[in-house]
Write a protein that binds this ligand. Structure first.
Ligand SMILES: Cc1cc2nc3c(=O)[nH]c(=O)nc-3n(C[C@H](O)[C@H](O)[C@H](O)COP(=O)(O)OP(=O)(O)OC[C@H]3O[C@@H](n4cnc5c(N)ncnc54)[C@H](O)[C@@H]3O)c2cc1C
Length: 500
């Protein structure tokens, strides 16, 4: 039986990062993967969907008629688009393979370069036999082998969640895993679920302009975790592309009839409506990949939905760590990678620093993109934190003006004191994600927003909107809220004493 210092199960972003960090410590690592290298971070997930999104935004831009040029005979074919997506994901897999080949164990030879460690990739599906032994069954071969390790890092990720009364057949009723299997752009598509992934796919298909898109949203507004002003603009933008959003609608049934998808919704008024579409995309969240791993048998605690319960990355079994989507933490590539690295450091005895999730930044790939970090107004008010907020419209910022893309705004929240420490930011508009890095550093180190006020920014850049937002909070902005009353907003939110 092969024996390793660390065995990582799953070669998505979390597992890959864990394996690489373990190698830094000179560990002999085994990385087990049952599917494709990269997991959902590459295939049917982050990278593939973002490639689709980029292409759809390019196409949408090429269709515009207000830019001094008019594209003629513009054509788009789903299979050609998917080929580009394959090229993107293929290039990432090739990089991962190249590194794994370079770091693979070599007979009798010490491992390469600066670490004495090695990483062996083992293909197959892993299952615990006992607390230190895995059985790995090869896909389709029926062959299995056993692996012993001192420490295990479980990074088996997640899969689309399904509903008991909706049969996902992968043809007409699909999940994000099946997008690549579509033969062409559907004529019509309903997205069940108005969360981030659902809204991103609605944006992609609406941008390509070949598909009538519907979204079924149980709540009053899409993206209910975001402030109403952000959600409102996102909704309006989707509707402007022809997307129909069924707000406050309950799905009564969804099934395949005559090779089409027939779905019935109940509006909040009680009225029922039945619509037929070519394809339904079920996008109602993700479920952890833990069944069949034998985790409970070795004492690893799971919650009712099957997520591994972890404190930081430590599970209830001291030498077993859990990272990425398989835990209850936010399901993002960045979170998975940080957790993977952290678990590898713990397993190597090299850290006892706590894992921080409070400075999480995200991008929602809508059109335009939405960047988020720290608290929004809704969260600050729920926690009864007094704050100041400045909102700066993109129409006053030169880069968006030059791009002819002034749809958007930056919203900055700070503490309601002289220090003006940044609590959070929401930015909606072209390049808005470029503002995240600076704000993230400021939040991480508890710095005052004032430090941004006199930085020499490149020009033109959308970050200038953020800078003038800070100046607005200090009463020193170049553009004055008393003049641009609809474009600039400055507010102070406090709470009456004695109220809860
Ligand atoms: C449509 C979509 C869009 C997304 N967009 C973004 C985005 O823009 N930004 C972002 O940060 N995140 C995004 N995400 C989320 C992101 O993809 C995940 O958070 C990330 O991939 C999680 O990484 P992971 O390593 O935990 O799991 P995964 O990426 O799911 O990898 C887990 C791996 O484990 C393997 N595995 C499972 N069980 C076993 C077993 N028993 N034995 C061996 N191997 C096993 C799987 O085959 C898989 O390769 C998106 C997700 C989806 C679905």
């Amino acid at each position: 039986m092969a024996s390793y210092d660390v065995c990582v199960i799953g070669a998505g972003p979390a597992g890959f990062a864990a394996a690489m960090r373990s190698w830094d410590f000179g560990k002999r690592v085994c990385l087990v993967e049952r599917g494709r290298l990269g997991g959902a971070g590459v295939h049917n997930g982050a990278l593939s969907s973002k490639t689709l999104w980029e292409l759809s935004c390019d196409y949408r831009c090429a269709l515009r008629r207000d830019r001094g040029y008019v594209a003629s005979d513009l054509q788009v074919h789903f299979d050609a688009v998917m080929q580009v997506v394959e090229e993107a994901t293929g290039s990432k897999v090739a990089q991962m393979q190249r590194q794994l080949q370079a770091l693979a164990p070599r007979d009798g030879e010490p491992s390469r370069r600066e670490s004495p460690g090695s990483i062996a990739l083992v293909e197959g599906s892993a299952r615990f036999i006992d607390a230190h032994t895995l059985e790995v069954s090869g896909a389709g071969t029926g062959e299995s082998r056993r692996i012993h390790a001192d420490a295990f890092i479980v990074a088996t990720g997640s899969r689309p969640r399904s509903l008991p009364d909706i049969e996902v057949d992968g043809q007409r009723i699909i999940t994000s895993d099946h997008i690549g299997r579509l033969a062409r752009f559907p004529r019509s598509l309903v997205v069940l679920g108005a969360g981030v992934v659902g809204c991103e796919f609605a944006t992609v298909f609406a941008n390509f302009g070949q598909t009538k898109v519907y979204i079924i949203d149980r709540a009053e507004r899409i993206l209910p975790f975001e402030d109403p002003d952000v959600a409102r603009v996102c909704s309006t933008n989707l509707e402007a592309k022809g997307v129909t959003i069924h707000h406050r609608a309950k799905l009564v049934s969804m099934r395949v009839v005559d090779d089409e998808v027939e779905y019935t919704i109940e509006h909040h008024t009680g009225g029922r409506e039945t619509i037929r579409v070519e394809i339904a995309l079920v996008s109602i969240g993700r479920a952890p990949n833990t069944s069949g791993l034998g985790l409970e048998d070795i004492g690893v605690k799971l919650d009712a939905a099957g997520h591994i319960i972890a404190e930081g990355t430590r599970t209830s079994v001291p030498h077993v760590y859990a990272v990425g989507d398989v835990t209850l933490d936010v399901a993002l590539v960045s979170v998975g990678e940080i957790e993977g690295r952290h678990a590898a450091e713990l397993a190597a005895g090299h850290t006892d620093r706590p894992l921080r999730h409070d400075n999480l930044s995200t991008i929602m790939f809508l059109d335009p993109e939405v960047a988020a970090i720290g608290l929004n107004e809704q969260q600050a008010q729920e926690r009864r934190i007094p704050y100041r907020v400045a909102v700066y419209d993109y129409s006053l910022v030169n880069r968006p003006i030059a791009m002819r893309a002034t749809d958007g705004f930056v919203k900055l929240l700070t503490t309601d004191d002289d220090e003006l420490r940044i609590l959070g930011m929401r930015a909606l508009g072209v390049h808005s994600s470029t503002m995240l890095e600076a704000v993230s550093l400021m939040i991480q180190y508890g710095r005052s927003a004032k430090e941004l006020a006199e930085l020499l920014h490149p020009h033109p850049a959308v970050t200038e909107g953020l800078q003038d937002c800070v100046r607005m909070l200090m009463g020193t902005s170049i553009y004055k809220p008393c003049v641009f009353q609809s474009e600039l907003r400055l507010s102070r939110i406090g709470y009456a004493e004695g109220t809860t």
